[in-house]
Design a protein around this ligand. Structure first.
Ligand code: OGA
Ligand code: NI
Length: 310
């Protein structure tokens, strides 16, 4: 069993109906799928890989192994020989990019390349969201508009550059603990070779096998709510490996903090008249994020309950 691989270039050709059906299946049955021929040039992707790895090597790797909390805690635990596992931490080095972050100062070309990459990925996210609108039977632009919230608001497009360094005791710590993603549409550019990402499907953890230069798509908690549960936000995790540093670059198209999120009216009418009693809540995304930061590694249902306003 493997997550679907979809040729995104077919969306603009004679086989559009087939590509749309594959996207619908990826969203409804899996919550995760891989896009190939997505229109982002290999030349740009190769540059993204190069500057990310250079930045990690130049500016971060040494600090991770010398000073980071997971390294210190794992060392202590190994010395104790208790047989315990590290439960509340991830074996991960992360830095976040947005439109106005501080850029890593020492890596030539990083800012220019990542700015170009983020602009391309944002366009890809918007194209995908339109495909989702159409597949869900809601007006074109609905998801984008919902995520952009009230007047003058802007959806948040962020990028998380992660490295999972090799770990001497991979059975004792997670790369990234199991969670569902808080936001909207997530576009992940993962390592060509070092694997580790898994999703939970029918109670089983399934590998998301690296396909060089593909983009892995998944839908977050906000798409689950907006689609009234038609598209699920799926549990996933990253295992650490004894050899090789895994790079992964996750970009997320999220609602603005002031945006109100609720199931699309069209989908409530069709599927569940009693939605306000039993189904998904209506809430402000910023309130959701306050809960999420405390409960990221727990099931999402209590988060939905915690922010319910109707
Ligand atoms: C995340 C995530 C997966 C990865 O950042 O939310 O799931 O491969 N990342 O790094
Ligand atoms: Ni995630």
């Amino acid at each position: 069993m493997a997550i679907p691989v979809i040729d995104f270039s077919k969306l603009d050709g004679e086989e559009r109906a087939m590509a749309m059906a594959q996207i619908a299946n990826g969203c409804e049955e899996w919550g995760f799928f891989q896009l190939v021929n997505h229109g982002i040039s290999v030349e740009l992707l190769e540059r993204v890989k190069r500057v990310s790895s250079e930045c990690y090597k130049l500016e971060r790797e040494e600090k991770f192994f010398k000073n980071s909390a997971p390294v210190k805690l794992l060392k202590e635990l190994v010395e104790k020989k208790s047989g315990d596992k590290l439960e509340n931490i991830d074996w991960e080095d992360v830095f976040l990019l947005s439109d106005d972050n501080e850029w890593p100062p020492k890596t030539p070309g990083f800012k220019e390349t990542m700015t170009e990459y983020r602009a391309e990925l944002k366009k890809l996210a918007e194209k995908l969201m339109e495909a989702m609108d159409e597949n869900l039977g809601i007006p074109k632009g609905y998801i984008k508009k919902a995520f952009n919230g009230g007047e003058g608001e802007k959806a948040f497009f962020g990028t998380k550059v992660s490295h999972y360094p090799p770990c001497p005791h991979p059975e004792m710590v997670n790369g990234l603990r199991a969670h569902t993603d808080a936001g909207g549409v997530i576009l992940l550019f993962q390592d060509d070779e070092v694997d580790g990402l898994q999703i939970l499907k029918n109670g089983e953890w399934i590998d998301v096998k690296p396909i060089p230069n593909s983009i892995v798509i998944n839908t977050g908690d906000q798409i689950e709510v907006l689609s009234n549960g038609r598209y699920k936000s799926v549990w996933h995790r990253v295992n650490v490996m004894p050899n090789g540093t895994r790079r992964s670059i996750a970009s997320f198209y999220n609602p603005s903090y002031n945006a109100t999120i609720e199931p699309a009216t069209q989908l409530i009418k069709k599927e569940n008249k009693e939605v306000n009693q039993f189904g998904y809540p209506k809430f402000v995304f910023g309130d959701y994020m306050s809960v999420y930061t405390k409960q990221k590694f727990l099931p999402k249902e209590p988060r939905f309950q915690a922010v319910r306003t109707v």
